[in-house]
Write a protein that binds this ligand. Structure first.
Ligand code: HEC
Length: 239
């Protein structure tokens, strides 16, 4: 079976698992043998393909956190604890205060720069929800060693990042209860994509789909513009 199909089967299984989410590392029935695919609940196009995902596999994928706090694990972490985690596991790349070392990403400052020529998109200047940050750190950081932190460590380090961005004060303790109460500075800067209604009048209902230009004139070559590799193969050009 192709990887794509397998991913689709897995996603279908996650979707049908509904609200029964588990945040524990080992779900209770993780050792149950996987069911075979092809039950009545299986959509016709998937029948006979693959097998049902195990609870453990689903738990591995089902880690998203939403703005209302849905999906947050139990546990908690303070700004102070987060500082220790950050210095140990993050500062090497992101700098002690989130200023970024070398060309690693900046995680703080940038307030008010979004409308300028050189916007600095950070947690404080850009990110819409604290849950986005928790979700992202959970799934992707520390870079190269993702998903290696306990939930207490994640709460703590996210609290420290919010503190560095002047969003919470240094006594704040982040948890499933307190995280959804945080309002991020740029939350109002995000809008639903309403082009389909707002710009509909501007759309051409009969766009030209063939022979749209009477005569096509070639005015330059990509190679002359120096964007095409010299050789015929896909090998990178030797400098
Ligand atoms: C080895 C260097 C490295 C370490 C260590 C590291 N990061 Fe990162 N971090 C990165 C890189 C690279 C990116 C950009 C990744 C990308 O865009 O796919 C990033 C992106 C981020 C972002 C998103 C920045 C943005 O606004 O787009 C956050 C938040 C973050 N890291 C937090 C952390 C935390 C918290 C830790 C410690 C637990 C950590 N990082 C450790 C390299 C690192």
């Amino acid at each position: 079976m192709s990887r794509l199909l397998y991913a689709l089967v897995l996603m279908a299984a996650v979707a049908s698992a509904g609200t029964s989410r588990s945040q524990t590392a080992t779900p209770p029935n993780a050792s149950a043998p996987p069911a075979t695919a092809g039950t009545d609940a299986t959509p016709p196009i998937f029948r006979g393909i693959g097998r049902a995902a195990t609870a453990r596999e689903i738990a591995g994928w089902d880690i998203d956190v939403r703005p209302d706090g849905q999906g947050l694990p139990s546990g908690k972490g303070s700004v102070k604890e987060g500082e220790a985690v950050f210095l140990q596991r993050c500062a090497g790349c992101h700098g002690e205060f989130g200023e970024g070392t070398g060309r690693w990403p900046v995680l703080a400052a940038g307030t008010g720069t979004l409308i300028g020529d050189r916007p600095v998109k950070t947690i404080g200047s850009y990110w819409p929800y604290a849950s986005t940050l928790f979700d992202y750190v959970t799934r992707a950081q520390p870079f190269g060693d993702a998903q290696s932190m306990s939930s207490d460590e994640r709460y703590a380090v996210v609290a420290y990042l919010l503190f560095l961005n002047d969003i919470i004060n240094d006594t704040f303790v982040l948890s499933r209860e307190t995280l959804p109460t945080i309002k991020m500075p740029n939350q109002g800067g995000f809008h639903d994509d309403d082009r389909e209604t707002v710009e509909r009048a501007l759309w051409n209902p009969h766009p030209c789909m063939r022979d749209c230009k009477a005569e096509v004139k070639i005015i330059d070559r990509a190679r002359a513009l120096d964007v095409t590799p010299a050789g015929r193969s896909a090998q990178p050009r030797a400098e």
